[in-house]
Design a protein around this ligand. Structure first.
Ligand code: NAD
Length: 484
């Protein structure tokens, strides 16, 4: 194996766990590269104890001091970017440039956390003569973050820098499919000066997540993953009286108008559907082609056909994911859709065991087909035809998801109409992957997010803190106002 057995990180370092191990695969070759422990309640308990022990001192550290750790952490992410990106490529499969972009995004998220002393300052006002009200933000306590496979470095960094800079201590439960990056994140934070116990990493799957949702000493749970599991986690954590923010899956619609710029639109749509092998919750999944857009589709087909699996497009995460995605394509074809670009036969020389699928574009898809409704999570774009923008919006609005939507047009009026009426939390105009950059927050609508607030940026401050409202009056002011 390329890597030793993965270990949990509890207190001041890695700890062995006497539990069942699961193989970790390199998706580009199918080789086993490590094994990950499937932690149970006992391991979660130990992690929570360490986080609880570290909480008082960390919460009492002034925020301006806490963020010093993150200035250093950002520099370490930049110092080690090549190695961190290579690790992401090995465990997740994404190509080198995508893995590098992911680590750069982690650095940007950390940069935002460094600005929290400026942004999260409280409020104060003299509300009556000699009487002051003030609001101060306090940490929530021990919090947990549960993350998916598709961004092993970035998604943990959606929650770690903000939650910790705001004074919480954390148990991170990364995806068991990609456990390697999380250990490096813990090591880098230690090197940056994070005190022992402020961050724990507990590996595992369903049992570890259930133990987190049930643990009486965990105050808040953030989750990023599929809608199916987001619902389970949201229900279980809130039933146990915790605050919970659970981000789910997606089915993002890109509305392409006939006046859209041909080159920009085709390259943005193809990059959105094929980037990270379509395994982004912001990936284009449905293109709603309004009226006469064949010239744009023709160009998209040329661009998608020119992409080389293994070089321009990485593999999907597992053999099971590959089979599921091909099943969607087969079923759509059988139901009468037309496969314009077919990635089902993708093969990469010397990588026979890899889980590759090439970019796939399918036309004449109807809204009732499974491939038009369900999250495929692979490099597959379906095209649904619409006669006008309102029909396109009706198709978009009918999806139970609501992560992202985009419109491609040169018309400001049409763009504004879509921005207003798309039922999605993140909307783009001439942008294929409309991820808001810091300090703007990330989060969808509908079945793409359960809970209040967003997971990054300003929107996360409310989630990771609790506000204390304080009112003061001193003896010399007694009797000059109505406060008793
Ligand atoms: P997943 O839901 O299978 O797993 C996410 C986490 O939940 C993992 O840590 C996993 O161990 C755990 N888990 C899995 N099954 C569980 C169960 N039955 N009970 C409790 N915990 C369980 O998601 P994934 O396949 O790792 O990631 C892909 C999904 O994540 C896609 O649906 C994608 O759209 C979504 N995603 C969403 C966002 C967003 O911001 N909305 C971002 C990234 C990924």
């Amino acid at each position: 194996m390329r890597y030793p057995e993965v270990r949990n990180y509890i207190g001041d370092g890695f700890q062995p766990a006497d539990v069942q191990l699961l193989d970790v695969f390199d998706p580009s070759s199918g080789e086993v590269i490590s094994r990950v422990p499937l932690s149970q309640r006992k391991e979660v308990d130990a992690a929570v104890r360490a986080a609880k022990a570290a909480l008082p001192a960390w919460a009492a550290t002034p925020i301006k001091e806490r963020v010093q750790v993150f200035y250093r952490y950002k520099a370490l992410l930049e110092r080690d970017i090549d190695a961190l990106a290579a690790l992401v490529t090995e465990e997740n499969g994404k190509i080198a440039s995508e893995a590098r972009a992911e680590v750069l995004k982690s650095a940007e998220l950390t940069e935002f956390a460094c600005s929290l002393p400026q942004i999260a300052a409280g409020e104060i006002l003299e509300v009556s003569r000699g009487v002051e009200c003030r609001v101060e933000r306090f940490p929530v306590g021990v919090v947990a973050s549960i993350t998916p496979f598709n961004f092993p470095n970035m998604v943990p960094n959606w929650s770690i820098p903000n939650a910790l800079a705001l004074g919480n201590t954390m148990v991170l439960k990364p995806s068991e499919l990609v456990p390697l990056s999380a250990g490096r994140i813990a090591e880098l934070l230690k090197e940056a000066g994070l005190p022992a116990g402020v961050l724990q990493v507990v590996h595992g799957g369903q049992e570890a997540v259930e133990a987190i949702c049930d643990h009486p000493d965990i105050a808040a749970v953030s989750f990023v993953g599929s809608t199916k599991v987001a619902k389970i986690v949201y229900r279980r954590a809130t039933a146990n009286l915790k605050r919970c923010l659970a981000l789910g899956g997606a089915k993002n619609h890109l509305i392409v108008m006939p006046d859209a710029d041909r080159e920009m639109t085709s390259s943005n749509v193809v990059a959105s559907m094929s980037g990270c092998a379509g395994q982004r919750c912001m990936a284009a999944s449905v293109m709603v082609a309004v009226s006469e857009t064949d010239h744009i589709i023709k160009r998209m087909v040329e661009q998608a056909r020119a992409m080389v699996p293994g070089k321009d497009v990485g593999p999907v995460i597992s053999a099971a994911a590959r089979k599921r995605i091909i099943g969607y394509i087969d079923a759509a074809e059988k139901a009468g859709a037309k496969v314009l670009v077919d990635g089902r036969g993708a093969a990469v020389k010397g990588r026979d065991g890899g889980y590759f699928i090439g970019p796939t574009i399918i036309d004449q898809v109807t809204p009732d087909m499974a491939i038009a409704q369900e999250e495929v999570f692979g490099p597959v774009l379906v095209i649904i035809r619409a006669k006008d923008v309102d029909e396109a919006l009706r198709i978009e609005n009918a999806s139970p998801y609501g992560n992202a939507a985009s419109v491609f047009t040169e018309s400001g009026g049409v763009a504004r109409h879509v921005m207003e009426h798309a039922s999605a939390g993140m909307v783009g105009v001439n942008v294929g992957v409309p991820v808001p950059r810091e300090p703007f927050s990330f989060g969808g609508w509908n079945e793409s997010k359960f809970g209040v607030g967003d997971i990054t940026g300003r929107g996360s401050i409310e989630f990771w803190t609790q506000a204390k409202k304080m009112t003061t009056k001193w003896n010399s002011e007694a009797g000059v106002n109505w406060m008793s």
